[in-house]
Design a protein around this ligand. Structure first.
Ligand SMILES: Cc1cc2nc3c(=O)[nH]c(=O)nc-3n(C[C@H](O)[C@H](O)[C@H](O)COP(=O)(O)O)c2cc1C
Length: 259
C-alpha cells in the first residue's frame, strides 16, 4: 500500500488527473469540431445574404441561401471552373497552395495583399429569369488589418446592392465604423463602373455633394478614419479591375455565364 502523502502516490494521482483531463479536452475538441464548422458556415452564409440585402425575418438562413449558387471563378479568364468542388474550396487557404497562388504584380496590387488565389468563389443569386445578383468576396489592407467583405452587385454588374465587411481589425469608433449600419446603407444604389466600364466607385473625404454628377460613384468618408476609408477605395479598385472580377463581370454582361 502506498502512503497517502507518499511521493509516488502524489505523482500517480497527478499523472492520472492529467490523462483524464487531456482525454476530456481532446475529446470535446473532436466532438465540437463539426458544430464549430457548421456555425462558421452559417455565419458566412448570413454575411453573404446580409451583403445582398437578402435576409428576411422568420425565414432561416439555410432556406434563404437556396437561391444562392456559389461558383468558383478563374479570375484570369473570367470562366467558371467546374473541376473544383465549390463546397470544399476555400480561396483564402488555397492562396497559400503553390498550385493556386497568384503573385499580384506590384503595379496592380492596389489592395496591398501581395498574393491571392487564382480562383475566387462568387455567389450568384438566382431568380426565375436567371442571375439577379452577383455577390463578390473582396479583401485588402485597411490601416491596421486586412479587411474581408462582400460586395453585392445587381445583374447589370455595376449597381451596388450592398457592401459590408465581416472581418477586420480596425479601431472601434474610427476605422471600425466600416461596420456601421448607416454607413453600409450609403452604398446601396451607387455605381461601381461608369458608362465606359471604368471602375469609378470610391470613398471620398467628407460628405458627398448630392448635386455633383459624380455623386453616384462616391460614398461619404469615415470621419477620423481617412486611412481605412482609402483602404476601402483601394479594395474596390483592385477587385473591380481586370486583375480582380472585371473579366467575370464582362462575361455576365455578355450572357456568357451558363449555369
Ligand atoms: C489609437 C489610434 C487609432 C486609430 N485608428 C484608425 C483607424 O482604424 N483607421 C484610420 O483610418 N485612422 C485611424 N487613426 C487615425 C489615423 O492615424 C489618421 O489620423 C486618420 O486616418 C486621419 O483621418 P482624418 O483625416 O479623417 O482625420 C487612429 C489614430 C489613433 C491615435
Amino acid at each position: 500500500m502506498l502512503g497517502k502523502d507518499s511521493v509516488k502516490k502524489t505523482l500517480l494521482v497527478s499523472i492520472l488527473l492529467c490523462l483524464v483531463c487531456s482525454v476530456l479536452v481532446s475529446g470535446s475538441a473532436v466532438l465540437l469540431k463539426p458544430i464549430q464548422q457548421m456555425n462558421k458556415e452559417l455565419d458566412m452564409k448570413t454575411n453573404i445574404l446580409a451583403a445582398g440585402g437578402l435576409l428576411e425575418v422568420g425565414i432561416s438562413v439555410d432556406e434563404l441561401f437556396k437561391k444562392v449558387r456559389p461558383v468558383v471563378v478563374d479570375l484570369l479568364t473570367g470562366e467558371i471552373v467546374t473541376d473544383i468542388d465549390v463546397n470544399k474550396f476555400d480561396q483564402y487557404v488555397s492562396q497559400k497552395d503553390p498550385r493556386f497562388t497568384y503573385v499580384i504584380p506590384r503595379s496592380s496590387d492596389l489592395a496591398g495583399i501581395k498574393i491571392r488565389s487564382k480562383y475566387s468563389k462568387v455567389y450568384l443569386v438566382l431568380d426565375d429569369y436567371g442571375i439577379s445578383e452577383i455577390i463578390l468576396p473582396v479583401h485588402g489592407k485597411g490601416l491596421w488589418s486586412t479587411m474581408y467583405g462582400f460586395m453585392a452587385l445587381d445583374k447589370d454588374t455595376t449597381t451596388v446592392k450592398g457592401f459590408s465587411f465581416y472581418s477586420h481589425g480596425e479601431t472601434p469608433g474610427l476605422g471600425g465604423e466600416v461596420d456601421n449600419s448607416s454607413w453600409k446603407k450609403l452604398w446601396q444604389g451607387k455605381k461601381l463602373y461608369d458608362d465606359n466600364w471604368v471602375s469609378s466607385l470610391n470613398v471620398i473625404k467628407g460628405v458627398v455633394d448630392k448635386s455633383n454628377e459624380k455623386a453616384v460613384y462616391q460614398v461619404d468618408g469615415l470621419s477620423g478614419a481617412t486611412l481605412t476609408s482609402n483602404g476601402v477605395s483601394n479594395i474596390i479598385s483592385y477587385w473591380s479591375s481586370h486583375d480582380g472580377f472585371a473579366k467575370f463581370l464582362e462575361k455576365v454582361r455578355s450572357g456568357g455565364v451558363q449555369l
